[in-house]
Design a protein around this ligand. Structure first.
Ligand SMILES: Cc1cc2nc3c(=O)[nH]c(=O)nc-3n(C[C@H](O)[C@H](O)[C@H](O)COP(=O)(O)OP(=O)(O)OC[C@H]3O[C@@H](n4cnc5c(N)ncnc54)[C@H](O)[C@@H]3O)c2cc1C
Ligand code: FES
Ligand code: FES
Length: 491
């Protein structure tokens, strides 16, 4: 899908590569949009510039009332961030709705903004929060309000040679409340039929001082509902005001008919969703979109503490030295591997074709089914959406290595043959009859095992969340859920 893959360690090096390969390169972050586009032949490019080794872009922090997300901050980073939970609830709610845990663990918020689909989920909440973007180029940096960033369907102000370095926005203050709502055709892995972000500033008497309302998936770009915003300013949020604001918001929409819904349906839905969301805000700040702790499918140290990330902890592959990936030095299931000739492949293809580990399955090839789920440095990922060079310097775990991973997944068999050694979760799947044709099972196990490393006693809702990116055509899921519960009980 590409010929040359570069992994610069610094922003200036990345910008120089963009200049050198102008017109024939694309930037890679989490690759969840990029690899789907490249596999479909959309905006093909022979050169990829991977920015994920640039530690200075890898942060999420709050300073002086401003929340800052570096270019490598993922949706999971937002969910794990105490600052975002306290001061950016609409963004947290949106990130919780993006794809599935394996997507959120790798996909960046900046990537979501740059792809610029009007249905992308983080745009409306960030517009409502008043975000701006720092765009870095070789000549310097410019700051663009998100309100001015979009110029058409999947078109932005970003110039060739520029990198979005940072998203920033003021944290919600004591007088502010915000909400994100999404209507999709299912509860995970769903493109928005309609979404919205609202931030209200309220006076002590409950009167609206100002409102910001942004609507997604109803026009060529995400749009502000200006007439509704103006109408609300200075008004009490009674039922009539909520309904009228909904009606005025729908007037800002210019929806189309598509596979997911008709224009007429979207118009009616926008009006109702805005009115309902305003009524929710009148009642108070909505709760977090999960009970307890979120399901991230990321084990270990990176999540300790408040969840905030600084650049220093973001050094992912420090010292890998080479910026042009030709030979990939990696560790797979604890065994060092040097992969030659795999730099132009996905990690899934490299594992199956070059390493001979065929346990990870190719289902959809587009991040939708989860059959290819592996762990990269303990984070669950869809291997079909990972460029193989991103395995460089990383520790990869596949289904073949599951029984050797971690305390909770120690081998329980007593045979010397590695093939016969099963983890407690694998045994539970067999004992509970959670396997039929078996094609989805490696991915289910990798997602389930990642959950059990993160949550020792997950709730049923957390189990459902953990496997929401994994599709099974045979079992009906009930026995899979029960098997994960049984493995958790076994401890
Ligand atoms: C199965 C699946 C489900 C999904 N579900 C949802 C969903 O529910 N809601 C939703 O909104 N999205 C969804 N997405 C889309 C996608 O996951 C998000 O848009 C994601 O946030 C993109 O981030 P990324 O880091 O993977 O970007 P990449 O794929 O690496 O890049 C995306 C684009 O941005 C460019 N880019 C990346 N970083 C920068 C930068 N710093 N500066 C300039 N350009 C940059 C790339 O060149 C590319 O054009 C889904 C995708 C898949 C595959
Ligand atoms: S998600 Fe990778 S093959 Fe379906
Ligand atoms: S067991 Fe057949 S797809 Fe899940």
């Amino acid at each position: 899908m590409w010929q040359h893959y570069f992994q610069p360690q610094t922003l200036p090096d990345a910008l120089a590569l963009l200049r050198e390969h102008a017109g024939q390169c694309r930037i890679v972050a989490g690759a969840t949009d990029l690899l789907v586009e490249l596999s479909r032949g959309i905006r093909p490019a022979p050169v990829l510039v991977d920015i994920t080794n640039i530690g200075s872009l890898n942060y999420l922090r709050a300073e002086s009332g401003v929340i800052r997300l570096g270019a490598l901050a993922t949706h999971n980073d937002v969910l794990a961030s105490a600052a975002c939970r306290a001061g950016a609830l609409p963004l947290v709610q949106a990130c919780a709705e993006v794809g599935a845990p394996q997507i959120r663990a790798r996909a960046t918020v900046v990537g979501n903004l740059v792809t610029a689909s009007p249905a992308n989920d983080t745009i409306a909440p960030l517009l409502a929060l008043g975000a701006e973007l720092a765009l870095a180029g070789e000549a310097g940096e410019r700051v663009v309000p998100l309100d001015e960033f979009y110029t058409g369907v999947r078109r932005t102000q970003l110039l060739p040679g520029e990198i979005v370095r940072e998203i920033s926005f003021p944290a919600l203050g004591a007088k502010q409340r915000g909400i994100f709502r999404k209507l999709g055709l299912r509860r995970a892995q769903a493109i928005s039929v309609v979404n919205l972000g609202i931030v209200l500033t309220l006076g002590e008497d409950g009167v609206v001082e100002s409102a910001r309302i942004a609507l997604g998936s109803v026009a060529p770009t995400v749009v502000r509902a200006s007439a509704a915003e103006e109408f609300l300013a200075g008004r009490a949020l009674d039922e009539a005001a909520c309904a009228e604001a909904g009606r005025l918001a729908a007037a800002a929409a210019r929806p189309i008919d598509d596979l997911r819904g008709s224009a007429q349906y979207r118009l009616a839905t926008v009006a109702a969703l805005v009115a309902e969301s305003l009524a929710q805000l009148r009642a108070g700040q909505p709760p977090l979109p999960w009970d307890g702790e979120p399901v991230l499918l990321e084990s270990g140290e990176r999540r300790a503490g408040s969840g905030e990330r600084g650049a220093e902890s973001g050094e992912r592959r420090a010292g890998s030295g080479t910026s042009r990936a030709e030979v990939i030095n990696t560790a797979i299931n604890g065994v060092p591997h040097v992969l030659e000739g795999a730099a132009g492949k996905t990690l899934l293809d490299a594992l199956r074709d070059d390493v001979g580990l065929t346990g990870s399955k190719l289902g959809c090839g587009e991040g939708e089914c989860g059959a290819c789920t592996v762990w990269i440095d303990g984070r669950a990922a869809m291997a079909c959406l990972v460029p193989a060079p991103q395995a460089g310097g990383a520790s990869i775990t596949t289904i073949e290595g599951l029984s050797r991973e971690g305390d909770r997944l120690q081998a329980t068999g007593n045979s010397g043959g590695a093939d016969e050694v099963l983890s407690p979760l694998q045994r539970a799947f067999i004992e509970r009859g959670a396997v039929q044709c078996g094609y989805c099972i490696p991915g289910m196990l990798m997602a389930g095992a990642a959950l059990l490393r993160e949550h020792l006693q997950p709730s049923r809702a957390q189990i459902q969340q953990a496997i929401s990116g994994n599709i099974c055509r045979c079992t009906g899921y009930r026995k899979i859920v029960e098997a994960i519960e049984a493995a958790a009980d076994e401890g």
